[in-house]
Design a protein around this ligand. Structure first.
Ligand code: SF4
Length: 220
């Protein structure tokens, strides 16, 4: 059984070879970019504010009105909520040996049979990818049997916009179908050992310095 997460699956889609070298063999480390470090700092500040009311640093104060809307929503709040499922899609401990998939919801609010899931984004709002929210929603349905409907949204904090979707419990099977074709490809790559490169203009920044495409891009 292949263990996976949404970010890992995305890395595999972007380049199976890089995924294999970085995530499976751990031959190379992806150094965090400046944007990633900024994103981590913002996430920590927003989490502290929503969980404990910790004051925001001056440069983050502009996020307060948006956060106050979230804090004012009814229900039980969970911040940085870790969830994991086994292969039969049952909840398990985040660090359980037999976990199959796992993820962390930035903010989860449970209000009786309804839930809200929020993921903070510090990057561009141009190409929102809601598959991550589908996976989070699938985990929430597994963890909270009383929940029948979920609104899940990517909050682009730099732009003050939200992109959201609504899910009902009767959509669960079709929501899993979104991931199964890629998971089948991932399993096939593990079985065959064929990890194809997927060269793009970003190869020059790839940590896999043994890949011929990285060198080729560097020369231009
Ligand atoms: S250099 Fe490009 S093709 Fe090669 S592993 Fe990295 S991302 Fe993939």
């Amino acid at each position: 059984m292949i263990k996976w997460s949404f970010s890992g699956l995305k890395d595999f889609i972007n380049c199976p070879r890089q995924y294999h070298e970085v995530k499976v063999l751990r031959n190379f480390i992806k150094a965090p970019t400046e944007q990633m470090l900024y994103g981590t700092a913002v996430h920590a500040a927003l989490e502290d504010y929503v969980r404990d009311g910790t004051s925001l640093a001056k440069n983050y104060e502009r996020f307060k009105p948006m956060l106050d809307v979230l804090v004012g929503l009814p229900g039980t709040r969970y911040t940085e909520h870790k969830m994991a499922l086994t292969g039969d899609r049952a909840e398990c401990g985040f660090d359980a040996e037999d976990y199959w998939v796992r993820g962390i919801a930035d903010l989860l609010i449970i209000d009786d049979h309804k839930a809200i899931i929020i993921d903070y984004k510090t990057g561009s709002a141009r190409y929102p990818d809601l598959r991550q929210m589908k996976l989070m929603a699938l985990m929430v349905f597994a963890y909270f049997p009383e929940v029948t409907s979920i609104r899940a949204g990517l909050v682009f904090v730099m732009h003050g916009t939200i992109v959201s979707e609504n899910y009902n419990r009767d959509m669960v099977e079709s929501m899993w179908d979104v991931f199964l074709p890629t998971l089948t490809r991932l399993e096939a790559a593990h079985e065959s050992g064929a990890w194809s490169p997927n060269p793009t203009p970003l190869c020059g920044w790839c940590p896999v310095d043994t890949c011929e495409y990285r060198e080729r891009k560097r020369r231009y």
